[in-house]
Design a protein around this ligand. Sequence first.
Ligand code: ATP
Length: 238
Amino acid sequence: MSTVIEVEHLHKRYGKTVAVDDVSFTVGQGEIFGILGRNGAGKTTTVECLAGLRTPDGGTIRVLGRDPLRDHAEVTRRVGVQLQDGQLQDRLRVGEAMWLYASFYPDPADPAELLDRLGLTGRERTPYAKLSGGQKQRLSIALALVGRPRIAVLDELTTGLDPHARRDTWDLIEAVRAGGVTIVLVTHFMPEAERLCDRIALIDDGRVVHTGTPAELLARAGESTLEDAYVTLTRRTA
Ligand code: ATP
Protein backbone atom coordinates (compact mmCIF):
# COMPACT_ATOMS: atom_id res chain seq x y z
CA MET A 1 0.00 0.00 0.00
CA SER A 2 1.53 3.31 -1.00
CA THR A 3 1.66 6.21 1.44
CA VAL A 4 -0.44 9.19 0.36
CA ILE A 5 -0.21 11.36 3.49
CA GLU A 6 2.90 11.85 5.63
CA VAL A 7 2.84 14.14 8.64
CA GLU A 8 6.11 14.49 10.54
CA HIS A 9 6.61 16.46 13.73
CA LEU A 10 3.76 18.87 13.02
CA HIS A 11 3.59 21.88 15.34
CA LYS A 12 0.98 24.62 15.36
CA ARG A 13 0.22 27.25 17.97
CA TYR A 14 -2.27 30.11 18.14
CA GLY A 15 -0.60 32.78 20.25
CA LYS A 16 0.15 31.04 23.54
CA THR A 17 -2.11 28.06 22.82
CA VAL A 18 -0.24 25.03 21.56
CA ALA A 19 -2.84 23.31 19.35
CA VAL A 20 -0.62 20.65 17.73
CA ASP A 21 2.50 19.51 19.50
CA ASP A 22 4.72 17.17 17.48
CA VAL A 23 2.12 15.11 15.61
CA SER A 24 3.33 12.42 13.20
CA PHE A 25 1.39 9.80 11.24
CA THR A 26 1.10 8.30 7.78
CA VAL A 27 -1.96 7.27 5.80
CA GLY A 28 -1.91 4.63 3.07
CA GLN A 29 -3.79 4.81 -0.19
CA GLY A 30 -7.40 3.63 0.17
CA GLU A 31 -7.36 3.66 3.95
CA ILE A 32 -10.05 5.18 6.12
CA PHE A 33 -7.93 6.84 8.79
CA GLY A 34 -9.71 8.15 11.87
CA ILE A 35 -8.55 11.03 14.05
CA LEU A 36 -10.14 10.88 17.49
CA GLY A 37 -9.67 13.01 20.56
CA ARG A 38 -11.46 15.22 23.02
CA ASN A 39 -12.64 18.77 22.25
CA GLY A 40 -9.71 21.08 21.67
CA ALA A 41 -7.24 18.20 21.18
CA GLY A 42 -5.97 19.64 17.89
CA LYS A 43 -7.80 17.46 15.35
CA THR A 44 -9.28 20.20 13.19
CA THR A 45 -6.02 22.15 13.22
CA THR A 46 -4.18 19.02 12.06
CA VAL A 47 -6.54 18.37 9.14
CA GLU A 48 -6.59 22.06 8.20
CA CYS A 49 -2.79 21.93 7.95
CA LEU A 50 -3.10 18.79 5.77
CA ALA A 51 -5.46 20.60 3.44
CA GLY A 52 -3.17 23.62 3.19
CA LEU A 53 -5.66 25.85 5.02
CA ARG A 54 -3.30 26.64 7.90
CA THR A 55 0.41 27.32 8.00
CA PRO A 56 2.23 25.00 10.42
CA ASP A 57 4.86 26.42 12.75
CA GLY A 58 7.02 23.35 12.32
CA GLY A 59 7.25 19.89 10.81
CA THR A 60 6.64 18.60 7.33
CA ILE A 61 3.50 17.47 5.52
CA ARG A 62 3.35 15.59 2.25
CA VAL A 63 0.01 14.95 0.58
CA LEU A 64 0.30 12.81 -2.56
CA GLY A 65 3.98 13.73 -2.45
CA ARG A 66 3.25 17.46 -2.43
CA ASP A 67 3.55 20.26 0.08
CA PRO A 68 0.00 21.50 0.81
CA LEU A 69 1.17 25.12 1.03
CA ARG A 70 3.77 25.32 -1.72
CA ASP A 71 1.75 23.16 -4.13
CA HIS A 72 -1.59 24.49 -2.94
CA ALA A 73 -3.45 24.46 -6.27
CA GLU A 74 -2.44 20.90 -7.04
CA VAL A 75 -3.31 19.62 -3.57
CA THR A 76 -6.66 21.44 -3.61
CA ARG A 77 -7.57 19.76 -6.91
CA ARG A 78 -6.99 16.30 -5.43
CA VAL A 79 -8.19 16.73 -1.87
CA GLY A 80 -11.87 17.22 -1.03
CA VAL A 81 -12.51 18.86 2.33
CA GLN A 82 -15.58 18.89 4.53
CA LEU A 83 -14.77 21.12 7.46
CA GLN A 84 -16.71 22.08 10.57
CA ASP A 85 -18.55 25.36 10.07
CA GLY A 86 -18.16 25.08 6.31
CA GLN A 87 -20.63 27.89 5.74
CA LEU A 88 -21.84 28.94 2.32
CA GLN A 89 -23.52 32.21 1.38
CA ASP A 90 -27.12 32.22 2.59
CA ARG A 91 -28.66 32.88 -0.82
CA LEU A 92 -26.65 30.34 -2.76
CA ARG A 93 -28.95 27.51 -3.84
CA VAL A 94 -28.06 23.86 -3.40
CA GLY A 95 -27.87 23.18 -7.15
CA GLU A 96 -25.84 26.34 -7.79
CA ALA A 97 -23.34 25.40 -5.10
CA MET A 98 -22.92 21.92 -6.54
CA TRP A 99 -22.47 23.07 -10.14
CA LEU A 100 -20.13 25.86 -9.05
CA TYR A 101 -17.90 23.48 -7.08
CA ALA A 102 -18.04 20.89 -9.88
CA SER A 103 -16.78 23.55 -12.31
CA PHE A 104 -13.54 23.89 -10.29
CA TYR A 105 -12.46 20.34 -11.19
CA PRO A 106 -11.36 18.72 -14.47
CA ASP A 107 -13.40 15.53 -14.06
CA PRO A 108 -16.15 16.10 -11.51
CA ALA A 109 -18.74 13.62 -10.30
CA ASP A 110 -22.34 14.01 -11.45
CA PRO A 111 -23.84 16.60 -9.03
CA ALA A 112 -27.37 15.22 -9.46
CA GLU A 113 -26.24 11.70 -8.56
CA LEU A 114 -24.37 12.90 -5.47
CA LEU A 115 -27.36 14.95 -4.31
CA ASP A 116 -29.47 11.83 -4.74
CA ARG A 117 -27.00 9.73 -2.68
CA LEU A 118 -27.20 12.34 0.06
CA GLY A 119 -30.99 12.63 0.05
CA LEU A 120 -31.02 16.18 -1.36
CA THR A 121 -32.88 15.53 -4.59
CA GLY A 122 -35.68 18.09 -4.87
CA ARG A 123 -33.68 20.63 -2.85
CA GLU A 124 -31.69 22.00 -5.81
CA ARG A 125 -33.46 25.38 -5.71
CA THR A 126 -33.41 25.76 -1.92
CA PRO A 127 -31.14 28.57 -0.67
CA TYR A 128 -28.48 27.49 1.82
CA ALA A 129 -30.06 29.55 4.64
CA LYS A 130 -33.30 27.58 4.34
CA LEU A 131 -31.72 24.15 4.75
CA SER A 132 -32.00 22.30 8.05
CA GLY A 133 -28.80 21.63 9.97
CA GLY A 134 -28.66 18.05 8.71
CA GLN A 135 -29.29 19.14 5.11
CA LYS A 136 -26.43 21.68 5.36
CA GLN A 137 -24.23 18.91 6.67
CA ARG A 138 -25.19 16.61 3.79
CA LEU A 139 -24.54 19.37 1.26
CA SER A 140 -21.06 19.91 2.74
CA ILE A 141 -20.33 16.20 2.22
CA ALA A 142 -21.56 16.40 -1.38
CA LEU A 143 -19.33 19.44 -1.99
CA ALA A 144 -16.31 17.62 -0.54
CA LEU A 145 -16.84 14.71 -2.95
CA VAL A 146 -17.98 16.47 -6.14
CA GLY A 147 -14.43 16.96 -7.45
CA ARG A 148 -13.79 13.17 -7.36
CA PRO A 149 -10.93 13.73 -4.91
CA ARG A 150 -8.16 11.20 -4.36
CA ILE A 151 -8.28 12.08 -0.68
CA ALA A 152 -11.36 13.22 1.24
CA VAL A 153 -10.91 14.98 4.58
CA LEU A 154 -14.14 14.77 6.54
CA ASP A 155 -14.37 16.66 9.85
CA GLU A 156 -17.30 15.39 11.93
CA LEU A 157 -18.87 13.66 8.96
CA THR A 158 -22.27 12.83 10.40
CA THR A 159 -22.70 15.29 13.28
CA GLY A 160 -26.36 16.34 13.36
CA LEU A 161 -27.56 13.67 10.95
CA ASP A 162 -30.50 11.43 11.79
CA PRO A 163 -29.78 7.67 11.99
CA HIS A 164 -31.04 6.96 8.45
CA ALA A 165 -29.01 9.76 6.93
CA ARG A 166 -25.99 8.67 8.98
CA ARG A 167 -26.15 5.10 7.73
CA ASP A 168 -26.66 6.24 4.13
CA THR A 169 -23.61 8.50 4.54
CA TRP A 170 -21.52 5.62 5.91
CA ASP A 171 -22.55 3.49 2.90
CA LEU A 172 -21.59 6.34 0.59
CA ILE A 173 -18.18 6.75 2.24
CA GLU A 174 -17.52 3.01 1.95
CA ALA A 175 -18.49 3.13 -1.73
CA VAL A 176 -16.18 6.12 -2.28
CA ARG A 177 -13.33 4.26 -0.58
CA ALA A 178 -14.04 1.16 -2.67
CA GLY A 179 -13.19 3.38 -5.64
CA GLY A 180 -9.67 3.86 -4.22
CA VAL A 181 -10.22 7.17 -2.42
CA THR A 182 -8.36 7.69 0.85
CA ILE A 183 -10.46 9.08 3.68
CA VAL A 184 -9.30 11.07 6.71
CA LEU A 185 -12.14 11.15 9.20
CA VAL A 186 -12.33 13.30 12.33
CA THR A 187 -15.04 11.98 14.59
CA HIS A 188 -16.34 11.90 18.15
CA PHE A 189 -18.82 9.20 17.33
CA MET A 190 -17.43 5.81 18.29
CA PRO A 191 -19.87 3.65 16.27
CA GLU A 192 -18.78 5.66 13.23
CA ALA A 193 -15.09 5.03 13.93
CA GLU A 194 -15.83 1.35 14.61
CA ARG A 195 -17.78 0.92 11.39
CA LEU A 196 -15.52 2.88 9.05
CA CYS A 197 -11.93 3.22 10.26
CA ASP A 198 -9.08 0.89 9.30
CA ARG A 199 -6.70 2.74 11.60
CA ILE A 200 -7.10 5.44 14.19
CA ALA A 201 -4.84 8.10 15.67
CA LEU A 202 -5.86 9.13 19.16
CA ILE A 203 -4.86 12.73 19.80
CA ASP A 204 -4.77 14.33 23.23
CA ASP A 205 -3.46 17.78 24.07
CA GLY A 206 -2.00 18.15 20.60
CA ARG A 207 -0.08 14.86 20.79
CA VAL A 208 -0.69 11.43 19.28
CA VAL A 209 -1.13 9.05 22.19
CA HIS A 210 -1.79 5.94 20.10
CA THR A 211 -2.07 4.90 16.46
CA GLY A 212 -3.40 1.53 15.35
CA THR A 213 -6.31 -0.54 14.13
CA PRO A 214 -9.47 -0.50 16.26
CA ALA A 215 -8.52 -4.03 17.44
CA GLU A 216 -5.05 -2.80 18.47
CA LEU A 217 -6.63 0.05 20.42
CA LEU A 218 -8.91 -2.37 22.28
CA ALA A 219 -5.96 -4.65 23.08
CA ARG A 220 -3.73 -1.82 24.28
CA ALA A 221 -6.45 -0.44 26.55
CA GLY A 222 -7.66 -3.87 27.70
CA GLU A 223 -11.21 -2.85 26.86
CA SER A 224 -13.95 -4.40 24.77
CA THR A 225 -15.51 -1.30 23.21
CA LEU A 226 -13.85 1.50 21.30
CA GLU A 227 -15.51 4.10 23.53
CA ASP A 228 -14.03 2.49 26.67
CA ALA A 229 -10.63 2.16 24.96
CA TYR A 230 -10.76 5.80 23.93
CA VAL A 231 -11.59 6.96 27.45
CA THR A 232 -8.92 4.74 29.01
CA LEU A 233 -6.18 5.82 26.63
CA THR A 234 -6.97 9.52 26.94
CA ARG A 235 -7.73 9.55 30.68
CA ARG A 236 -5.80 12.17 32.57
CA THR A 237 -4.17 11.15 35.78
CA ALA A 238 -3.52 14.57 37.32
P1 ATP B 1 -13.16 19.87 18.67
O1 ATP B 1 -13.30 18.41 18.92
O2 ATP B 1 -13.78 20.67 19.79
O3 ATP B 1 -13.58 20.31 17.32
P2 ATP B 1 -10.31 19.92 17.90
O4 ATP B 1 -9.62 18.69 18.40
O5 ATP B 1 -10.69 19.92 16.48
O6 ATP B 1 -11.58 20.22 18.83
P3 ATP B 1 -8.87 22.37 17.36
O7 ATP B 1 -10.06 23.07 16.77
O8 ATP B 1 -7.79 21.95 16.45
O9 ATP B 1 -9.34 21.13 18.25
O10 ATP B 1 -8.27 23.33 18.50
C1 ATP B 1 -7.09 23.03 19.19
C2 ATP B 1 -6.76 24.18 20.15
O11 ATP B 1 -6.47 25.35 19.39
C3 ATP B 1 -7.92 24.56 21.09
O12 ATP B 1 -7.37 24.93 22.32
C4 ATP B 1 -8.56 25.76 20.41
O13 ATP B 1 -9.13 26.63 21.36
C5 ATP B 1 -7.36 26.41 19.72
N1 ATP B 1 -7.73 27.08 18.45
C6 ATP B 1 -8.27 26.49 17.36
N2 ATP B 1 -8.45 27.38 16.37
C7 ATP B 1 -8.01 28.57 16.86
C8 ATP B 1 -7.93 29.89 16.31
N3 ATP B 1 -8.32 30.16 15.06
N4 ATP B 1 -7.41 30.85 17.10
C9 ATP B 1 -7.00 30.60 18.35
N5 ATP B 1 -7.05 29.38 18.93
C10 ATP B 1 -7.54 28.37 18.19
